[in-house]
Design a protein around this ligand. Structure first.
Ligand code: SAM
Ligand code: SF4
Length: 336
């Protein structure tokens, strides 16, 4: 059955055209704001196969998804991930999908950048919170900055457009961000900063890490001329142009500035759970209807039912009294 031309509209009139897929909850890093050091990961048997992920994504594309982002965990550590990318690229070839992209920590990019480009991937997000090798090791616990840098170079050589994502962390990289901005813009890359979101138990105290981006922006404005621009990438970032560098900078501010009114996305986990909102616990099991029949009708109905429950917005708040995460699952389950 084809659903071409139809689209998913939620109860608040928002059209759902963007699917983020966390292809694995595993990662070769343990970023302190994202994971505890001794994370318990899902048993491999609970994961959807790459074929099942492809089938699910295909149904979403048939129902109106135009932009698909692979994320995780670290998407490039999922075994045979390029098989899924190659499969999904057929939707780019026939123009059903406008963009196939991914968010990565960059550790495996040197190996995969060219193949990603060959599959029609044009832009990628690389997460990088510092340019200092020692601080990089501290924040990622297990990461090696030189590998990420080699990955960024390989991606540039392959012609991929890169956006750097940095989580703004008080007392860690706030003073480094002007240098990161100059570095990124000097290489023709956008830089987006993200507020820490209270997701999942970690070893650190989030109230210590939280840096409101309104404060960061005010600090940056002492050195740079920032002008708001209407540029959009389909994600939640608000962009400014930086006169001194000629580059673009994005701000993702879930806590200080709610971005839900224009939310066009839903998130799928590697076990087939659909989250209609990153900041809410409500989910819908798509694995059961996926496996219940070979046709896609049950799956399509389950997706419609889930979109009909998409909430108006999230309730993120860094709670200073309880210091508990607002959402129990880690970001690596639903992807960033
Ligand atoms: N491993 C890949 C990476 O790091 O790019 C993809 C998954 S990671 C969960 C996606 C993004 O979420 C990264 O940019 C990461 O910095 C960000 N992130 C993780 N935990 C976060 C949190 N609690 N608050 C804000 N951003 C977070
Ligand atoms: Fe891994 Fe990305 Fe989480 Fe860091 S932010 S631990 S790289 S999933």
């Amino acid at each position: 059955m084809s659903f071409a031309g139809s689209s998913m509209i939620d109860p608040f009139g928002r059209s759902i055209s963007y699917l983020r897929v966390s292809v694995t909850d595993r990662c070769d890093f343990r970023c302190t704001y994202c994971m505890a050091e001794d994370m318990a990961f899902l048993p491999k048997k609970d994961l959807l196969s790459l074929e099942e992920l492809d089938r699910l994504c295909t149904v979403f594309i048939e129902k109106g998804v135009k932009k698909l982002r692979l994320t995780g965990g670290e998407p490039l550590v999922r075994k045979n991930i390029m098989h899924l990318v190659r499969q999904l690229s057929r939707h780019l070839d026939n123009c059903a999908l406008e963009e196939l992209t991914l968010t990565t920590n960059g550790s495996q990019l040197a190996r995969f950048a060219q193949e990603l480009a060959d599959c029609g991937v044009k832009r990628i997000n690389v997460s990088l919170d510092t340019l200092d090798p020692d601080k990089f090791r501290t924040i990622t616990r297990w990461g090696d900055l030189s590998k990420v840098m080699a990955g960024i170079e390989a991606a540039e050589a392959a012609g991929l457009k890169i956006k750097i994502n940095a989580v703004a962390l008080k007392g860690f990289n706030d003073t480094e961000l002007p240098a990161m901005l100059r570095w990124a813009h000097g290489r023709g890359m956008d830089l987006t900063v993200i507020e820490t979101m209270p997701m999942g138990e970690i070893d650190a105290d989030r109230t210590d890490q939280y840096l409101p981006l309104s404060q960061l922006r005010a600090d940056l404005e002492r050195r740079f001329t920032l002008t708001d621009i209407p540029y959009k990438t389909g994600g939640p970032a608000r962009y400014v142009e930086v006169a001194e560098t000629g580059g673009r900078m994005g701000f993702i501010t879930p806590l200080t500035h709610n971005f839900c009114e224009s939310c066009n996305r839903v998130r799928l986990t590697c076990t087939g759970m659909l989250y209609m909102c990153l900041g809410q616990n409500d989910d819908a099991d798509l694995r059961a209807p996926l496996r219940a029949s070979e046709g896609n009708e049950l799956l399509s109905n389950a997706i419609d039912e889930a979109i009909g429950r998409k909430p108006k917005g999230h309730d993120f708040v860094i709670d200073r009294r309880t210091r508990r995460p607002a959402v129990a699952r880690h970001m690596s389950v639903t992807g960033g």
